[in-house]
Design a protein around this ligand. Structure first.
Ligand code: NAP
Length: 445
């Protein structure tokens, strides 16, 4: 029997469990740990609340979760309640699938001012992650600056721009919806330190901006390279850039059309614009920006600076994995130090914890399968003799000794049912945003 511990119940964790079941069938027992009492990591807390079809992938993880050979062990924080060394003693292999939940820092003066957030915090806030549910951003100023030209910047801009009706069918949490409905934000500036050809946004996500009912994307035509140069781009990027060209071509309907209900919002793409400082007394009042030009694909400051008065700043510039005591960590890359997923004998990492915050949710599937193949190679293939580590019974003994009353998948199903029952009209669920309320709904105290 093989005993595998997976730390993290997001996409990378569940794809790894699925791969382990394919590899060893009834010859494996997988325990999936999560610090929260609820599973699915990024699917629940990262994917935008108005992207319900993407969230539907969790049904696939449910199939894996319901296998008798897989357990969910929720509300257990590895590195605090139980150490990685203890897990390594109990399981043949420990796979860290902890994602990249921390914001990369801008490294700019003023970034600690009030109402300046990283996207992990801001997205966590509107998705009801218990760590960020108390964030309380102020949306009382008419301008917000979103830093970065990736899909997270688009998610954040879109959520800030939507009207009440456009949140129907989403699972945005009530505290965020209430705040957004009272928002005074009417201009959202998306700062890109490089140009339109260098965006990390994808066509579908850019295309969504054209369907917003009260918001208009705007690109300055002067920022676009000559159209002929698009031919050198790979097809996906060319399609993404074609959206930017369309945004530049529509001479702002926002200025001419009738006033939409709730006021019109402009999403202004500001390219070749590198933030240099966040300004303000106690709370952000403006962003100082330097114009850039490209040199060998890199953004180089031109010396020309300007200020964007703004009351809210959200940096969407990428994420880092949380270090875990005694696990080698690569500070420069912001993830565990590893070679193709191997950290140390019996200790592995997968997904964003292995490769950094890149790719789509689906990218984690081949990642999960690849790590299981490595584990299988390292363990010398299948052993049917029952020898090996203590696995589940060993963990349960440790949990009992420490008084850890972990959350099982059946407990999560009770939380799930309660969230669905609490949904406002048209919404799929109303999430619990506090761990104690989740535990209560699970019938544990
Ligand atoms: P990302 O795609 O890596 O984009 C980060 C952006 O931040 C880049 O434009 C980068 O510019 C910029 N940046 C980095 N450091 C900066 C700095 N110091 N100052 C100014 N700009 C800076 O990261 P992400 O948007 O967080 O997305 C993470 C992953 O999740 C991506 O793979 C993304 O596609 C995926 N995702 C997908 C969806 C979806 O499919 N719907 C939604 C959300 C996220 P440079 O290029 O110049 O470095």
């Amino acid at each position: 029997m093989r005993h595998i511990a997976i730390v993290g119940s997001g996409p990378a964790g569940y794809y790894t469990a699925e791969a382990a079941l394919r590899q060893w069938g009834d010859g494996v027992r997988v325990d999936i740990f999560d610090a929260l009492p609820v599973p699915f990591g990024l699917i629940r807390s990262g994917v935008a609340p108005d992207h319900q079809s993407i969230k539907g992938v969790s049904r696939r993880y449910e199939t894996t979760a319901l296998s008798e050979n897989v357990r969910f062990v929720g509300n257990v924080y590895i590195g605090r309640d139980v150490t990685v060394a203890e897990l390594r003693d109990l399981y043949d292999a420990v796979v860290l699938a902890t994602g990249a939940p921390n914001d990369r820092k801008l490294g700019l003066p003023g970034e600690d001012l009030a109402n300046v957030f990283g996207s992990a915090a801001f997205v966590g806030w509107y998705n009801g992650h218990p760590q960020f549910s108390g964030l309380a951003p102020q949306l009382s100023n008419d301008t917000a600056v979103v830093i970065g030209n990736g899909n997270v910047a688009l998610d954040v801009a879109r959520i800030l721009a939507k009207s009440k009706e456009e949140f129907a069918g989403s699972d945005i949490v009530r505290h965020a919806l209430d705040t957004l409905l009272g928002s005074q934000v009417r201009r959202i500036v998306i700062l890109g330190r490089r140009g339109p050809h260098q965006i990390a946004m994808t066509p579908k996500e850019l295309g969504e901006l054209t369907h917003l009912t009260r918001a208009w994307p705007h690109v300055d035509p002067a920022d676009l390279p000559p159209a002929a140069e698009d031919a050198a781009l790979e097809p996906g990027q060319r399609k993404a850039v074609s959206h930017l060209r369309a945004f530049a071509a529509v001479e702002s309907e926002a200025e001419t059309g009738p006033e939409p209900e709730g006021g019109r919002v402009v999403i202004d793409f500001d390219f070749f614009a590198a933030p240099r400082a966040i300004l303000g007394e106690t709370r952000v009042e403006a962003v100082e920006v330097e114009r850039t030009r490209l040199e060998n694909g890199k953004a180089v400051g031109t010396g020309e600076t300007y200020r964007i008065p703004a009351g809210l700043v959200i940096a969407c510039i990428g994420y880092q994995t949380s270090p875990i005591p005694d696990v080698p960590y690569d500070d420069k890359l912001g993830r565990f130090a590893n070679e193709d997923g191997r950290i140390a004998p019996g200790l592995y990492c997968v997904g964003w914890a292995r490769r950094g915050p890149t790719g789509t949710i689906g990218t984690n599937r081949p990642d999960g399968f690849a790590i299981v193949e490595k584990i299988s190679d390292d363990l010398g293939g299948f052993r049917a003799d029952g020898a090996g580590k203590p696995g589940r019974p060993g963990f349960d003994a440790l949990a009992a000794e420490r008084g850890i009353d972990y959350v099982k998948f059946t407990d999560w199903q009770k939380i799930d049912e309660a969230e669905i029952a609490n949904a406002r009209d048209g919404a799929p669920r109303e999430k619990f945003v506090a761990v104690e309320h989740m535990i209560e709904a699970a019938g544990k105290h």
